[in-house]
Design a protein around this ligand. Structure first.
Ligand code: DX5
Ligand code: ZN
Length: 249
């Protein structure tokens, strides 16, 4: 897929240094960050919630309003090059935080996450009775909408919502833990979605790294989450570049 984006998952990073780890991913060329929220109910693991996201957003040095204001200056500076150094990294101004909400009641955290500075809210279809209302609420809170399905969920259940969301997330492991084995048999779901919805952003998450990214790209994924493959590398920049290049071929 052309224009693939790479979103490191910081789940398997040094969580005591989360801020530094996120900055390290940005410096390594991440297009966005994929943040895994787990509540111990929807999945058998617990991570963090909106208070941590709020602190991260501050540490990353940007909030949505200020970020968009600065982006405007950045655009102006391309017209008026003396206004700002042209090499200024755009991610300094605004970084997408894709919240992967592995929680039982996703309705509960929409506003807190928006206030904390998240700008994409990806919830699980399995976790809600009323996806339509949730999609509307996420939009009203100014965030992009992601809709995720677990490996056992048929992709046809996602289809009725596909025209109302920004991104579909096809899980390629059972959600809950990083470092699991990539499930190649999820690729037909990605391919089917790509065929039905040519312009939809499609994300894959779980066991994706240099060895598996090509299969994801061939099936039609254009947003690549990768956790341990990036985090465990001595050279995360090289891994991110490799993933982006392979995916965009
Ligand atoms: C799993 C999470 C993933 C995971 C990815 O429940 O949703 O985001 O952290 O990590 P890897 O790439 O190691 O499978
Ligand atoms: Zn995830």
């Amino acid at each position: 897929a052309s224009g693939c984006k790479i979103g490191p998952s910081i789940l398997n990073s040094d969580l005591a240094n989360l801020g530094a780890e996120c900055l390290r991913m940005l410096d390594s060329g991440a297009d966005y960050l994929h943040l895994d929220v787990m509540d111990g109910h929807f999945v058998p693991n617990i991570t963090f919630g909106h208070p941590v996201v709020e602190s991260l957003r501050k540490q990353l040095g940007q909030d949505p309003f200020f970020g968009s204001l600065l982006s405007t200056f950045y655009l102006l500076s391309s017209v008026c090059p003396d206004a700002m150094p042209p090499s200024y990294p755009t991610h300094f101004f605004f970084l997408d935080l894709d919240m992967h909400m592995m929680v039982s009641r996703p309705e509960q955290w929409v506003k807190p996450m928006a206030v904390a500075g998240a700008n994409q809210y990806t919830f699980h279809l399995e976790a809600t009775e009323n996806p339509g209302a949730l999609i509307k609420d996420i939009r009203e809170n100014g965030m992009k909408v992601g809709l995720a399905i677990k490996p056992g969920t048929t992709v046809e259940y996602l289809a009725p919502w596909a025209n109302q969301i920004d991104m579909a997330l096809v899980m390629t492991v059972e959600p809950g833990f990083g470092g699991q084995k990539f499930m190649e048999d999820m690729m037909p779901k990605v391919h089917w979605l790509r065929t039905q919805f040519p312009t939809l952003d499609i994300e894959v998450d779980g066991g994706v790294g240099p060895d598996t990214v090509q299969k994801c790209a061939e099936a039609g994924a254009n947003m690549i989450v990768s956790g341990s493959a990036i985090m465990r590398s001595d050279d995360p920049r090289a891994v991110i570049n490799l993933l982006r290049n392979v995916c965009s071929e």
